[in-house]
Structure formats: structure tokens, C-alpha cells
Write a protein that binds this ligand. Structure first.
Ligand code: FIX
Ligand code: ZN
Length: 421
């Protein structure tokens, strides 16, 4: 029975319903399954001390230096942020609002401003109850983790085969190879890989073997690296040579995508630690070179600079093996999410991945997606309205199909993991 076309009057409600009912596939987070123990951050004190809020609190109260802040125990840091950013002034920033959206979703009394009561609520949740509740409230079906073999706390969990939760998929993060090569050579050698700092001898073949070994252990849905705005390819750096001689041959051989996250200026203010990173505009020629010269490799890409977004869309129009994703970090704010999502739909149609959460704390899964849904809905209603103005008709099933492409199927198809979901 063919469906009746959606009227302009019905459109917004149909789009909202389709978005609300589509299980989201969150392709980049820093979350961990329960098997990883304390690596999984959760609860209101972690939520309130998110590094985005640390950057905001050191501006708001300069009487407390970053050093003094970081010397505080977690609860005291949370109380300082709660007072400074929520009580002494209204919480209007995206990260501040996110805390409140999350508390509201759990049914807590946000108007009470009672941090102690919020703590009691979260303290009563076991880790399994907490994970289940957050997946339920967030509407997310799967998250992709950020998994680092060089992390001494994480590696033993993999080696013991303890991770089994199918909602948490792995991404093999290789900053330890590409960004911190020289300092990790001793570790690689201690694990039996015959590598040398100058990449001589069997180094590149051994790095290829390392990638195969950790792929066998983690079964990652992609390889990922976060690269500075100054990243260039090809050049004479160890990073470039390892990409050319180990990573790309491995990705071609395995079919596993390579996710490039480019544009961070790490620790422009070292005193802020994780909160001290900045942003810089990247020269797109290197990404265009990679896509053009390695047509058999699938590249996921997210760029940190707002100024790079239009170039990324144009490049994606030229290279089917390039999949833009997310409104990353400093771009995950209503203004830039609207601008970038609209730009992608207008230049790429329904062939990009509009968002990822980058959550570091379990509970953020709720607010990152609760904030994104209405922004996506607004842009989609505008675009369907423009198309329908030509006389084109669209049904509810087609809108559901389109929304599923954006929130899950574009990634599942690009990564070739339909058989795992
Ligand atoms: O490189 C990355 O994965 C970045 O997302 C992180 O380093 C960053 O701290 C972050 O969490 C941004 O949202
Ligand atoms: Zn991240």
C-alpha cells in the first residue's frame, strides 16, 4: 500500500518523530564499557568537571589558578565549578547547559540546584544500571570507543579478553605510533616488534604487524588518529612515512577505514592540561592528496577549524572514499552545528555523517544527542520544504530512511560492519 505524501503542515512532526525513533550510532566517543573499570567516567562530579568546563571556570574565576584547581580533589573541583559557572552566573554555555539537560533527563530537580542530591542519585546507580539507563535515555544503540594499545590502564583489559559489551565497539587509536613515535619505540621493542626510531630495517613491516595484531585483539571498526593543524602528507616526517608504509597498506589490505581528526593545537596553554588544546586551520591539500592517491582506502575525516568545513565538503564531492563526520569539539555548538549540517546537506545531500558526540563521561551521551536532534530537525525541515516546493513529494517511510542514513546507516555501510550490528 503506497504511503500518502507528507504535507507541509505534517512535515515537522514527521521529521521530529523519525529522529526521535532512530537508534543512533555514535561513531566517536571516549567512553568505555564496564569491563574497563574506572576508565569509564560517570556521575555528576565527572560531568561537572568535564574539561570543556575547566576551560570555562578558569576564565570566570581567575583567583583560582589552574594549578590550584588541579590540586583539588574531584568533589572540590566540582563544587568550585558548580558555584562559579552555575550559581555565581547563569549557565548559558553549551557545556554548562549540557549538565542541566542531563540532570533533567534523569528526572532530577534542576531548579533545586542541589548538587548533594544529584550526587546521592548517581551514587545509587551500579555501573551496569547506569550504562543501561544512559543508553535508554540517550536513544543511542552503539558507541565507538577510543582504544589505545599504549595506554597502560587499558591494554590489560584487552589482553585478558574482558571486553564483551556489544554496544561498545572499538576504534584502534594510533596516536601512539604517528604522533608519539620516538617515545613509544622502546615499548614496541619490549613487546617484540623489531622497530627503530629512524624507521630503518623492518620497522614499517613490524608496525604493519602491530596493526594486524591489535586488530585481531580489538576488532576495530576503524583506525583513528588526531593530528595537528600542521599535519602535511607526504613529507619526510616519521608520521608521514608510517602512514604511507604501514597504515595505508594495512587499511587497503583490511578494508578498515582510517579516521583522520585534524586541526588540534595540543596544549597551547599547558597549565590547563586536557582543557588547554587550541584549534588551527589545516591545509586541505594533504587530505586531498591522500584521497586521490589511495582510492582503495576509506577515509573518515573531521576537521576542528570552522574555516575548513566548506573545503571538506567540496573535497568530499570529489572523493567517494572521503566521509566527513561530526561537528567536532569547538564546533559542537548550536551555531556551528546548524551551519555545518546545512552546508553538508546542501553540498553532499544525505551522504555524510552529521554528528558524533566525543563524550568523555557516560552521562554526556544524553545531552550531546538531545541538543543535536532539534538542530538536525530544523535543517531537515527546511531542506524538505525547499524540495517539496518544486512539487516533489516525500513519504514518512522515505523520511525515516533518510534520517537512518544520517544517524547510523551511512557509517555502517561505509565501514562495512552491517554483519556486526
Ligand atoms: O583527539 C580527540 O579525540 C579529541 O576529541 C580529544 O582529544 C578532545 O579532548 C575531546 O574530547 C574533544 O571533544
Ligand atoms: Zn575525541
Amino acid at each position: 500500500m503506497p504511503q500518502t505524501p507528507v504535507s507541509n503542515h505534517e512535515l515537522a512532526a514527521v521529521v521530529d518523530k523519525a529522529i526521535a525513533e532512530t537508534p543512533i550510532f555514535d561513531i566517536h566517543t571516549h567512553l568505555y564499557s564496564a569491563a574497563f573499570g574506572d576508565l569509564l567516567l560517570r556521575g555528576v562530579d565527572q560531568l561537572v568537571t568535564y574539561h570543556y568546563l575547566i576551560a570555562e571556570v578558569v576564565r570566570a574565576d581567575t583567583s583560582v589558578t589552574p594549578q590550584q584547581f588541579y590540586a583539588m580533589p574531584l568533589q572540590q573541583r566540582a563544587e568550585h565549578i558548580w558555584k562559579t559557572l552555575f550559581l555565581d552566573r547563569s549557565p548559558l554555555s553549551e557545556a554548562q547547559r549540557g549538565v542541566l539537560t542531563t540532570l533533567q533527563a534523569f528526572g532530577l530537580d534542576v531548579a533545586s540546584r542541589d548538587l548533594a542530591a544529584y550526587r546521592r542519585f548517581f551514587a545509587a546507580l551500579s555501573v551496569d544500571e547506569h550504562i543501561d539507563k544512559v543508553f535508554e535515555l540517550s536513544g543511542v544503540s552503539h558507541v565507538v570507543m577510543t582504544n589505545d594499545p599504549f595506554d597502560d590502564a587499558e591494554r590489560p583489559v584487552w589482553e585478558a579478553g574482558l571486553h564483551t559489551d556489544p554496544r561498545f565497539l572499538a576504534a584502534l587509536r594510533i596516536d601512539g605510533l604517528l604522533v608519539f613515535w620516538e617515545q613509544n619505540v622502546p615499548k614496541l621493542r619490549s613487546w617484540g616488534y623489531d622497530v627503530a626510531p629512524d624507521l630503518s630495517g623492518t620497522t614499517c613491516a613490524e608496525v604493519h604487524r602491530f596493526l594486524r595484531d591489535w586488530t585481531a585483539t580489538m576488532n576495530p571498526v576503524y583506525l583513528a588518529v588526531s593530528l595537528p593543524d600542521t599535519f602535511r602528507f607526504p613529507d619526510e616526517s616519521a608520521c608521514s612515512k608510517l602512514i604511507a608504509d604501514s597504515v595505508l597498506p594495512f587499511c587497503k589490505e583490511s578494508g578498515i577505514p582510517f579516521a583522520l581528526m585534524i586541526g588540534v593545537k595540543r596544549r597551547i596553554n599547558p597549565a590547563l592540561d586536557l582543557a588547554g588544546d587550541g584549534v588551527g586551520k589545516f591545509d586541505m591539500r594533504s587530505l586531498e592528496y591522500l584521497c586521490a592517491n589511495y582510492p582503495d582506502v576509506k577515509f573518515l575525516a573531521t576537521l576542528l577549524s570552522r574555516e575548513n568545513q566548506h573545503e571538506l565538503c567540496v573535497a568530499a564531492r570529489k572523493f567517494p572514499n572521503l566521509m566527513p563526520f561530526g561537528c567536532w569539539w569547538f564546533l559542537n555548538d548550536p551555531m556551528t552545528v546548524d551551519e555545518i549540517t546545512r552546508m553538508r546537506l546542501e553540498l553532499l545531500g544525505l551522504t555524510a555523517i552529521p554528528q558524533h558526540s566525543d563524550c568523555r563521561i557516560l552521562d554526556q551521551l544524553i545531552y550531546k544527542w538531545a541538543h543535536f536532534r532539534p538542530l538536525l530537525a530544523k535543517v531537515l525541515v527546511d531542506k524538505y520544504t525547499d524540495t517539496m516546493a518544486t512539487g516533489w513529494q516525500v513519504t514518512e517511510d522515505e523520511i525515516r530512511r533518510d534520517v537512518a542514513l544520517l544517524l547510523r546507516d551511512n557509517f555502517i555501510q561505509f565501514a562495512g560492519i552491517a554483519d556486526r550490528i
